[in-house]
Design a protein around this ligand. Structure first.
Ligand code: G3H
Ligand code: 13P
Ligand code: ZN
Length: 313
């Protein structure tokens, strides 16, 4: 099966009350870990590439690694551009075989966001590619997603219908209290499910995307802190909130930080326990294994998409 778009994935996920995991990829080991987990759990997958990943690994390498994953696994896999910040970047991804792109023009005023999104949608749809757009601003401290807490704003449900009907985008990322990175909440975690409910009513059957949806599991943060790291106050979105969102209109749940945490925890532990080892395969192997187990857990217990690969045929 070649790379697929997200169209059928989202139709099935919406109807079935589950979500597809969208995992950020930056290197071979992470791709192998996610795809191995997908194989073991027979799950559809979205592998997504950020602008930072393009700079780090070169999009051609990532594309070829993802193609290898498709051949190796036979799973339905979509290759998605994460946080494309311009028409040109989205066009480049589409021209180079990505099956899905995100145009993130959420930092612009509504009319400008609509104008840029419309342009990407027109180009993408002519080429059979699906488009995710964003309304509202998430807080976060990632390289290319640099929004300060005070600049973040929840999605205004009054704008979603007009935005989606005018742009014709295929899915919409909304801001309901999640944020990028490993420090999502200062106090108790809280998501604005009331906004999600309103959006769901205004846009029946329309797939919603949740960014910044890592759970920042305590066990990985604990291992990192135990073996020389320092991540005080790291906190993520509780798994039960994600599960609830997945039974609602949320069809795509973005996970990057949890991959980094699992990978880093395993490397720190391995190197601390084996100070004389310097063969990279020795410490990257356990990291790959840790990411695989973490992703399996998500597919089964959080996203609910385990065993659903056949639905995409
Ligand atoms: O949405 C943000 C992702 O975690 C990507 O982060 O820009 O550091 O690759 P990055
Ligand atoms: P996390 O930082 O919560 O993993 O979010 C990743 C993301 O939204 C990628 O677009
Ligand atoms: Zn994001």
């Amino acid at each position: 099966m070649p790379l697929v778009t997200t169209k059928k994935m989202f139709e099935k996920a919406y109807a079935g009350g589950y979500a597809i995991g969208a995992f950020n990829v930056n290197n071979m080991e992470t791709i192998q870990a996610i795809v191995e987990a997908g194989k073991l759990e027979n799950a559809p997958l979205i592998l997504q590439v950020s602008a930072g990943a393009r700079r780090y690994a070169n999009p051609t390498y990532l594309k070829k690694l993802v193609e290898a994953a498709v051949i190796d696994s036979g799973l339905p896999i979509a290759l998605h551009l994460d946080h494309g910040n311009s028409f040109e970047l989205c066009k480049d991804a589409i021209d180079n075989g990505f099956t899905s792109v995100m145009i993130d023009a959420s930092k612009y005023p509504l009319e400008e966001n609509i104008r840029i999104t419309e342009k990407v949608v027109e180009y993408a749809h002519e080429r059979g590619v699906t488009v995710e757009a964003e309304l509202g601003k998430l807080a976060g401290i990632e390289d290319d997603v640099n929004v300060a807490d005070e600049d973040s704003t929840f999605t205004n449900p009054d704008e979603v219908y007009e935005f989606v009907s005018r742009t014709n985008c295929d899915s919409l990322a909304i801001a309901i209290g999640t944020s990028h990175g490993a420090y999502k909440f200062k106090g108790e975690p809280r998501l604005r499910f009331d906004i999600l409910e309103k959006v769901e009513k205004l846009l029946p059957n329309f797939p919603i995307v949740l960014h910044g949806a890592s759970s920042v599991p305590e066990n990985y943060v604990g291992i990192i802190n135990q073996y020389g790291g320092s991540m005080p106050g790291a906190k993520g979105v509780p798994e039960e909130m994600l599960r609830k969102a997945a039974t609602m209109a949320v069809c795509k749940i973005n996970i990057d930080s949890d991959l980094r945490l699992a990978f880093t925890a395993a490397i720190r532990k391995y190197l601390a326990e084996n100070p004389s080892h310097f063969d990279l395969r020795q410490y990257l192997g356990p990291s790959r294994e840790a990411v695989k187990e973490m992703v399996r857990h998500k597919l089964v217990n959080v996203l609910g998409c385990a065993g659903k690969a056949h639905e995409m045929l």
